[in-house]
Design a protein around this ligand. Structure first.
Ligand code: ATP
Length: 360
């Protein structure tokens, strides 16, 4: 069968390798059912590669990513591997900037059959997407921190272009979700407009964008209040859009709402390229034990299929994404697997096997 889609695969470090293997197996099983062929090109990058070769993200890897239809990414970084300035090796950030992957899309929902840390029965209704601006904000300061005699200064960058495009992305996503789910849509901007001029500017651009999407409800919240509300009533939100650093922090918070990092997929999407990866890191504390929950990686692969399906107008891919999502739902709702992070005993390979078995 002729490969139709070229996927650059970067497993990375720690559990990145383990969860990637699980996702590949699911994709391979899906190929035989959907008739879609994918050529997977494995590429080196990450903290271990930096130790081995002195380079974290080789040019050859960047070239393959550039030419690929999509990038599938595990996790990278190891706590003991540091660059000269003391920071960790984080090629995923370099990829976001290099390919202008400005929209970090982090969907979260509760899965029947798995417990959530929230006591309210309403937690079963959690179904939201956090859209994180990924190319500026406070992360603009990465590698640019200014050292002065009295201390170090990191600057936040909020541009009109960067804010307008991420807000537009969030409204379009909300419109799509509203259509798919047959209910009204809503976008909530998360900022700190009461304190920072940059954030007041962000809110102004958000409100201008909202005015162009009168069919969607729109509101704004301060990030501190949002941290509270995401624990008290996360089921009331639909699409959230926020600055890079706030998004980084709130991503982990929303993953916790549904039970753990192993359930949180993500896509880093630009106008030309897109990269899909679990929201979690390399989890050195459990690496090498076969205990990592691969669900986030498997769902990230489904997001990749959905994105490719839209981009290439290929319904087979969109159907494939739906098949994976339903298989994951069925596995957990039928109690066929319970990941270690939920107190169960299903390892990475067990969950992959169960999902493959449930692909219909
Ligand atoms: P990063 O800074 O890259 O986000 P981190 O070390 O802060 O990395 P993670 O690697 O995501 O964070 O790990 C946070 C916690 O979540 C750890 O206790 C880890 O074991 C757990 N964890 C992360 N991913 C998974 C997974 N797929 N399955 C089970 N537990 C996980």
């Amino acid at each position: 069968m002729k490969p139709e889609y070229r996927i650059a695969v970067l497993p990375g470090d720690g559990i990145g390798n383990e969860v990637m293997k699980a996702a590949e197996e699911v994709l391979a099983a899906l190929q035989s059912r959907t008739g879609v062929a994918m050529a997977m090109s494995y590429q080196k990058a990450g903290a271990q590669h930096y130790v081995d070769s002195g380079v974290a993200l080789p040019d050859a890897t960047l070239k393959v990513c550039d030419e690929a239809d999509a990038i599938l990414f595990g996790a990278m970084g190891l706590p003991h591997v540091r660059g000269a300035d003391g920071t960790e090796i984080i090629p995923q950030l370099d990829l976001r900037f290099h390919f202008d992957l400005y929209a970090g899309v982090r969907p979260i929902r509760t899965f029947k059959g798995l417990p959530t840390p929230l006591a309210s029965p309403k937690a079963a209704e959690i179904d939201l997407v956090l859209v994180r601006e990924s190319t500026e904000g406070l992360f603009y300061a990465r590698g640019r921190g200014e050292t002065r005699p009295d201390g170090v200064y990191d600057t936040m960058q909020i541009t009109r272009k960067g804010t307008a495009r991420i807000c537009e992305f969030a409204f379009r996503l909300a419109e799509r979700r509203a259509q798919q789910k047959g209910r009204p849509g809503r976008v909530t901007s998360v900022d700190k407009a009461n304190v920072f001029a940059s954030m007041a500017f962000w809110r102004k651009i958000f409100e201008e964008t909202a005015a162009r999407h009168p069919g969607m409800a729109a509101d704004s919240a301060y990030v501190d209040a949002m941290a509270l509300n995401l624990v008290m009533k996360p089921w009331t939100y639909d699409v959230l859009v926020t600055e890079n650093m706030f998004g980084d922090i709130l991503s982990d918070l929303i993953a916790a709402l549904v039970g753990g990092m192993g359930m949180a997929p993500s896509g880093d999407i630009g106008d030309k390229h897109a990269l899909f990866q679990p929201a979690h890191g390399t989890a050195p504390d459990i690496a090498g034990q076969g205990k990592a929950n691969p669900t986030a990686m498997i769902l990230s692969a489904a997001m990749m299929l959905d994105w490719l399906g839209d981009r290439h107008d290929d319904t087979r891919l969109k159907d494939g994404a739906g098949l994976i999502e339903r298989a994951v739902e069925d596995v957990f709702s039928a109690g066929q697997a319970r990941p270690f992070e939920f107190g169960g005993t299903s390892g990475t390979a067990d969950i992959a096997r169960a999902v493959i078995g449930a692909l219909k």
